[in-house]
Design a protein around this ligand. Sequence first.
Ligand SMILES: NC(=O)c1ccc[n+]([C@@H]2O[C@H](COP(=O)([O-])OP(=O)(O)OC[C@H]3O[C@@H](n4cnc5c(N)ncnc54)[C@H](O)[C@@H]3O)[C@@H](O)[C@H]2O)c1
Length: 446
Amino acid sequence: MTNSSHADHLQDRLLARSASIGIIGQGYVGLPLALLFAESGLSVIGLDTDDAKVQCLNAGRSFIKHIGPDRIREAVESGAYRATGNFDELAECDAILICVPTPLGRHREPDNSYIHATGREIATRLKAGQLIVLESTTYPGTTAQELQPILEEGSGLSCGTDFFLAFSPEREDPGRGDYNTRTIPKVVGGVDTISTKLAVAMYSIAITKVVPVSSAAVAESAKLLENIFRSVNIALVNELKTVFDAMDIDVWEVIEAAKTKPFGYMPFYPGPGLGGHCIPLDPFFLSWKAAEHGRWARFIELAGEINTSMPAWVVSKTAAALNDHGKSVKNSKILVLGLAYKPNVDDDRESPSYELISELSSRGALVDYCDPYFPRTAPTRKWNLGLESVALSNETLRSYDAVVVATAHEEFKDQTLYAGVPLVIDTRNIVLSQGSADVDMTLVKA
Ligand SMILES: NC(=O)c1ccc[n+]([C@@H]2O[C@H](COP(=O)([O-])OP(=O)(O)OC[C@H]3O[C@@H](n4cnc5c(N)ncnc54)[C@H](O)[C@@H]3O)[C@@H](O)[C@H]2O)c1
């Protein structure tokens, strides 16, 4: 086949929905995408190096709370979806999507080793006519300057003629009700025009709005801009929280007032620090890359500095409030309410609650946590707390010297929980002070 007939052939298979898709990495991003394509009529295999995940998925079970097992079971039983650990099956796929992790290293440098390893696995099996799309968040240039050479050198095939390559950032927001994988618009940038066209054709099968851009680098950069925007704005309100606190002004009330302006303002909310797989990490992909070009991304670094100082600020507010109650942090019983980094999800990645627990414990407090989404803490790359969640009840909360509200789970909004609790440090503005169940409670916003 000629290069244009490779592209035409793939385009025809996509239009006829007879194409098959392999999605590498079946985590928070890869799994919903795989199910969406399967539900849209394509044949999908989900590849993962984690055997336990592969078995779990093929048995129709879920390991992510917001993805119901029914969805997985239906996709498996219909024959549209199957998980596998066998990379040789990639040879049968028309398109291969890469959704592997992109962590930061110990010195906050990007770690693209998962992308490179996956690229090498694909390269040895790459066939003419296949489309490869990278979805993992990364710095600009990764697709064209790192992945493309790995694929070409490992396969002997040429990009743009034999195979096609694009980047499309993932905008998955676990727990969100108003948008889902199908309705979140998808930005797509190929390393050449034909790759963009084919990637747009593929995503259009399953996604309502696909937005082509002129290059993979623009698509890579768009994802980083989105997350830097969030990080910087969250840092801004976190800093203003400390400024207004010194003036005895409630930042939450200020935000409510400001957001009545119908244009030119978008509310962001303070908290005990940044969490999740994206916002605390992704901005540093760009600041690292910027340095290579002799540029310093000062907003990114400053926002990182402010946001990472928030757990310490909450701890100092807790210490001051305990002091007002005639107590020291040392030997005080403190309950951290919430381990998840955001409300109503079972995701504790990079959660500031870990920092709070660790910092309070290191000052001699007797710290427990409560989170209905996490019966016990699991070891992470950084933490191994070995704690079990205490039961959520007013009786339990009253038995602590202080309760630090770290996550705005719906379960924690029941005001009767806080009746008679001596001291509540609320970082999420969910506990009412006036007219609530108990007048003896001291409420400190932090
Ligand atoms: N979680 C989110 O909400 C989110 C949102 C937008 C973008 N992202 C980005 O998407 C990418 C994936 O994130 P995630 O949250 O899905 O991660 P995850 O850890 O939930 O899933 C990654 C999966 O890849 C598997 N894996 C690791 N190495 C592999 C390899 N060599 N071959 C096959 N499988 C492998 C792991 O076992 C795991 O199941 C990251 O770049 C992340 O920054 C995540």
